[in-house]
Design a binder for this molecule. Structure first.
Ligand code: HSE
Length: 308
């Protein structure tokens, strides 16, 4: 391998997954970010955007560069790197675009440096980049993008991340209506305090969802995919959201909700055929309202960020 260059894939992720606000997320097989990272002799981070997404090229404002700088500071490396963004998940789509970039940057640079840090130790650096995008430290996109599978953030202080087992025929359909939602703005819509009753509902559903995933109990999963903390305050810009959910469930979705801070909407489904058919149903919702959209059908990906 040429130790001056590495090509990385960082997967898209669905976070929150109903009741797991800031705590639960999973990786998709696609879409994802692709980035080529090269050593350079400048001692600086140089950003090149070939993704067509108009990414900020100032290293202080680019989430991947902030993550990379955090890693380089910890390992006390004065080396320079070029980050070339070749494929990019649409920013503001709700499927972890910033997390995919942050994770790809730190995994790639760590590899070129000879892996001074293990995967878990890279997560705080990826989070440093994610913080720029969301104004908060939330690892529910970073953890699955890094580690693959379904991850639970059991706690933040200290960071305690666990893989949750899940049935192997669990697939996901994600529809991305053509809006851009900035997570930092979307988080401002959520009340800081929740009544005890709401907290109990959310705790019950999160525990139920984790238990349902671990035991392959689809009925329990289905009863548990519901968010009382964030989703009710975030769906204002999605016309007919309740109707969309209802139609997706009728079409065979096990659980439907806002992906991350939106605007993408996910449905968990049993098998790829069902995911495709539920996905088409969700697409029709937006297409019928004249809203352009993209559909992604994917298994839950066991793989997280990887060198390609
Ligand atoms: N948990 C985060 C939020 C995910 O809902 O704000 C953002 O992608």
């Amino acid at each position: 391998m040429d130790h001056r260059e590495v090509k990385i894939y960082g997967p898209a992720t669905v976070s929150n997954v109903g009741p797991g606000f800031d705590l639960l997320g999973f990786a998709l097989e696609s879409p994802g970010d692709e980035m080529i990272i090269r050593r350079n002799d400048s001692g600086k981070l140089v950003l090149i955007d070939e993704s067509g997404c108009n990414l900020p090229l100032d290293p202080a404002k680019n989430v991947a560069a902030v993550a990379a700088a955090s890693l380089l500071e910890e390992v006390a490396s004065g080396e320079g790197f070029e980050l070339r963004f070749t494929r990019k998940i649409n920013p503001g789509s709700g499927v972890g675009s910033s997390a995919a970039s942050c994770v790809a940057a730190v995994v790639g640079i760590n590899e070129l440096l000879g892996n001074p840090l293990n995967t878990m130790a890279l997560i705080p650096h990826a989070l440093a980049g994610e913080r720029i995008a969301s104004g908060a430290t939330h690892a529910d996109n970073i953890a699955p993008a890094m580690l693959g599978g379904i991850t639970l953030i059991r706690g933040y202080d200290p960071l305690d991340i666990k893989h949750i087992p899940y049935p192997k025929d669990l697939w996901c359909a994600v529809v991305h209506p053509e809006y851009e939602v900035k997570t930092v703005e979307s988080r401002k819509l959520i009340p800081e305090q929740v009544p005890l009753k709401t907290a109990l509902t959310q705790c019950g559903n999160l525990a139920g969802l984790v238990a349902g995933l671990a035991t392959g109990d689809y009925s329990l999963i289905s009863r548990s995919v519901s968010d009382a903390f964030a989703e009710p305050y975030r769906t204002g810009q999605l016309p007919g959201f309740d109707e969309l959910k209802q139609h997706a469930i009728e079409a065979g979705s096990i659980g439907t909700g806002l992906s991350g801070s939106g605007p993408s909407v996910f449905s968990l489904c049993r098998g790829g055929d069902m995911a495709a058919s539920v996905g088409r149903c969700m697409q029709e919702h937006f297409t019928g309202r004249g809203i352009r959209n993209d559909l992604y059908i994917s298994r839950i990906s066991e793989a997280g960020c990887k060198i390609i």
